[in-house]
Design a protein around this ligand. Structure first.
Ligand code: ATR
Length: 280
């Protein structure tokens, strides 16, 4: 009998997760099946209990449940505590254990593009929401040299930095302060929703003077594949990385937590590009 897996969220119709996970099960000869379920905020607890009763092996969690889901789980991995949110749950002997693979997924998507050791990398993260928190904590834990944080609401960035248990140097700036900042960055990470379709002409800040041909500029958005922010990065000669890498790597990490097997990330990436091409 196939082991059951799911992603729960609302909306969920455009999720590409079933496609890549089911292909990976098939490709690796694993008896698994992954389905997307639309679950409203009101029925979250019931959905989680139902999946336990049906002995689901694991599930992914997406907007708007990544934080609320935590109160219905039996325990949390450090990755979930650090991110303050859960995107992956595994059934360990009848107990739900929550993880967060977004931060490590992001790191995997840039690690082989870095031109120097992580300890020497100076990064800046734009945004201080859920996605930013997971990425910040992952990079801090791995010993990155320095991370500046830029956010519209300064207090949110201060809290994020204060709550991270891995002390890391770096300053906190408003969007305006960043624009007049003179620093050059090795890695720039855009984590806000600004520039996402249909508002494709928008970008949170300008990168002028802050990146060069060795800098990596990553946007966690993958629709469009090239945001206005990434277009500017390319014009400035930087290496632009879209959100597809983070998406497939977080999925691959979830898959590994569930099955103890590493899926073919290249294959997952191709499937996502095919699907996104078809959608535009
Ligand atoms: P996620 O979980 O996807 O990170 P979130 O927690 O809602 O989403 O965080 C969204 C981030 O985008 C925040 O950094 C937010 O800035 P604020 O903390 O000031 O709200 C940022 N953001 C969203 N819309 C924005 C806008 N129009 N201008 C500037 N920043 C924006």
């Amino acid at each position: 009998m196939k082991e059951m897996y799911a992603v729960i969220g609302d909306p969920i119709g455009h999720s590409m997760s079933p496609l890549i996970h089911n292909d990976a099960f098939h490709n690796l000869g694993i008896e698994g099946y992954y389905h997307a379920f639309r679950v409203s905020e009101d029925s979250l607890e019931q959905a989680i209990e139902g999946m336990k009763a049906l002995q689901f092996k694991g599930f992914n969690v997406t907007v708007p449940h990544k934080v609320d889901v935590m109160k219905y789980l039996d325990s949390l991995d450090e990755s979930a505590t650090l991110a303050g949110a859960v995107n992956t749950v595994v059934n360990k002997n009848g107990k739900w254990v929550g993880y967060n693979t977004d931060g490590i997924g992001f790191y995997r998507s840039i690690e082989n593009r870095l031109s120097k050791p992580l300890e020497e990398v100076k990064a800046v993260i734009i945004g201080a929401g859920g996605a930013s928190r997971g990425i910040y904590a992952t990079l801090a834990k791995r010993g990155i040299g320095e991370i500046d944080l830029v956010n519209r609401t300064i207090e949110r960035a201060i809290t994020l930095k204060e709550q991270c248990p891995f002390p890391i140097s770096g300053k906190i700036m408003s969007l305006e302060e960043f624009e007049s900042e003179q620093s050059r960055y090795d890695v720039v990470i855009q984590t806000t929703s600004i520039g996402m379709s249909p508002n494709v002409l928008e970008q949170p800040v300008s990168l002028k003077g802050k990146v060069d041909h060795q800098s990596i500029v990553a946007d966690i958005i993958y629709n469009p594949l090239k945001t206005a922010f990434l277009k500017e990065a390319e014009r400035l000669g930087a290496i632009a990385i879209n959100g597809v890498g983070m998406f497939v790597h977080q999925a691959a990490e979830s898959f590994y937590i569930w099955t103890n097997e590493h899926p073919d990330v290249e294959r997952m990436t191709q499937i996502v590009y095919e699907k996104l091409k078809g959608a535009t």
